[in-house]
Design a protein around this ligand. Structure first.
Ligand SMILES: N[C@@H](CCC(=O)N[C@@H](CS)C(=O)NCC(=O)O)C(=O)O
Length: 204
């Protein structure tokens, strides 16, 4: 398997973490995004959205990071990262979809005005940053309630934890402070204590 990715993509970070967690043999291919490699005809043939991450397995191409996580976990069902029972599976899916529709977009708004603005050499738009931060705090309040009395989002470690924590791994650069969210802070620390999650970070 080959993973087309970029070190600073949070969507790629979660995929790298799960690859390390499961010990799967996946080769990483860095897509040179500043050069526009993700919009080349060769890359668009693998993912017509022109986005990373994209997985290729013997000609089978898959995009959307949470779908990639499900595909990888299906190779090691014994890991329990995607439970087989209906309620367990539905809860993990609930959080994967919440990440894709809610927390991912909010944290991306903040990343656009911090991490990515810096990379692209443009100044931060303060109004857009403030609007993004308001949404991030709204979402952190949901996570805070959901993590009360739990080690992991769905009780046991699952794909949901890897998917969501990836949105917070660059929090220092994003200016996101977790002090007001102690359950989230403890959960992030628990996830970042895992070698797989640490290894997924970009070089900084
Ligand atoms: N929902 C997608 C998001 C992928 C995404 O937006 N990737 C960004 C990098 S984090 C990208 O490739 N952006 C390039 C572009 O939009 O042109 C996923 O979870 O895989």
């Amino acid at each position: 398997m080959k993973l087309y990715e970029n070190p600073f993509s949070s969507a790629a970070m979660k995929v790298r973490a799960v690859i390390h967690e499961l010990g799967l043999p996946v080769t990483s291919v860095t897509v040179d995004m500043p050069k526009g490699e993700h919009k080349s005809p060769e890359f668009l043939a693998k993912n017509p959205n022109g986005k990373v991450p994209t997985l290729e397995d013997n000609g089978f191409c898959l995009y959307e990071s949470n779908a990639i996580l499900c595909y990888l976990a299906a190779h090691k069902p014994e890991s329990g990262l995607m439970p087989a029972d209906p309620k367990g599976m539905a809860l993990v899916q609930q959080w994967l979809q919440w990440q894709a529709t809610t927390f991912g977009p909010s944290t991306t708004e903040v990343m656009m005005e911090t991490v990515y603005a810096k990379m692209m050499g443009r100044t931060k738009d303060e109004a857009k940053y403030a609007a993004g931060m308001e949404k991030v705090r709204r979402d952190l309040a949901v996570l805070e309630k959901s993590l009360a009395g739990k080690e992991f989002l769905c009780g046991k470690l699952s794909l949901a934890d890897f998917s969501l924590v990836s949105c917070l791994q660059l929090r220092a650069l994003m200016g996101v402070d977790l002090e007001a969210f102690p359950h989230v802070k403890a959960w992030v620390a628990r996830m970042e204590a895992r070698e797989s999650v640490r290894k997924s970070l970009p070089p900084m």
